[in-house]
Write a protein that binds this ligand. Structure first.
Ligand code: HPA
Length: 266
């Protein structure tokens, strides 16, 4: 951690971001036109390179409407072989840099017919089906408590502001519960049915570990799923990464618009 902070502080000349944004598959367009200091993950001590297609693998330090931001263009996934404490390392780094608020975005499969591809879903809550937890291991008491409460992982206050921004721009929003599985295989139709019965609305392979760590170290978090496809069994088209990235790029445009408005208003 010490080496990471020293490296980042030197590269950014002590830039102190207040807001962190994690961009999921196909949401890279958010950074178009933004100027700042970008650092490839592969250069940062303690960060591992990410090789997922549609993920750039860079940290961008910039100002948006005068707000100091750090943006993760691509994230680390459990299925890449990183332990969860490693996939969430950037969140702990952000905390140490002074970040107070976090926006987590992802591409997700829909578990419900009434949540079609192209929808934007605010994450109300999550179910961790990854089979592990990012806080396993020795606890760092300077970051958070050993047994952190998981009520309101996703900030109602940030949701309210995001809803107002979407309304202003005429963008429809849905709400729901996000289920995280390890991947990398997509779910079977039976698993999709199970997740739906258990109260899930969308399914994916990320976000939950980062959200748990953010709640643990008291970073206020907004979670947003861009629904890119119907999960297995809900349509004739089998889930595939090309479709996920393409839908991310198309429907991602309106999400990027609302996100910018949100950053302006937060
Ligand atoms: N399942 C799991 N993860 C996903 C999906 C899906 O259908 N779509 C995008 N990410």
């Amino acid at each position: 951690m010490h080496l990471t902070l020293e490296f980042i502080n030197e590269k950014t000349k002590g830039f102190k971001p207040e807001l962190a944004i994690v961009l999921g598959s196909g949401l890279g367009a958010f950074c178009e036109g933004l100027c700042g200091i970008s650092i490839p993950y592969s250069d940062i001590p303690g960060f591992s390179p990410t090789k997922v297609k549609g993920h750039k693998g860079e940290l961008l330090f910039c100002e948006i409407y005068g707000k100091k931001c750090v943006i993760m263009q691509g994230r680390f996934h459990y299925y890449e072989g990183h332990p969860l404490c490693q996939t969430t390392f950037p969140i702990k780094v952000f905390k140490r840099l002074g970040v107070k608020k976090l926006i987590l975005t992802n591409a997700a499969g829909s578990l419900k017919k009434e949540l079609p591809p192209g929808s934007i879903m605010l994450i109300d809550d999550h179910i961790n089906f990854m089979g592990s937890n990012p806080l396993i291991g020795e606890n760092d008491d300077t970051l958070g408590t050993r047994f952190p409460d998981m009520n309101e992982v996703y900030s109602k206050n940030m949701q309210k502001i995001f809803k107002e921004c979407a309304e202003k721009l005429g963008v429809e929003l849905k709400n729901g519960v996000y289920c995280a599985l390890s991947g990398p295989s997509y779910e079977t139709p039976a698993e999709v049915k199970m997740l739906s019965i258990l109260g899930g609305n969308a399914t994916g392979m990320s976000t939950v570990p980062e959200a748990i760590v953010a709640k643990y170290c008291s970073i206020e978090t907004l979670g947003i799923s861009l629904i890119t496809n119907y999960a297995a069994g809900l349509s004739d088209v089998a889930p595939n990464h090309k479709e996920v990235v393409e839908m991310g790029n198309t429907a991602g445009q309106k999400l990027c618009m609302v996100l910018k408005e949100f950053v302006k208003n937060i």
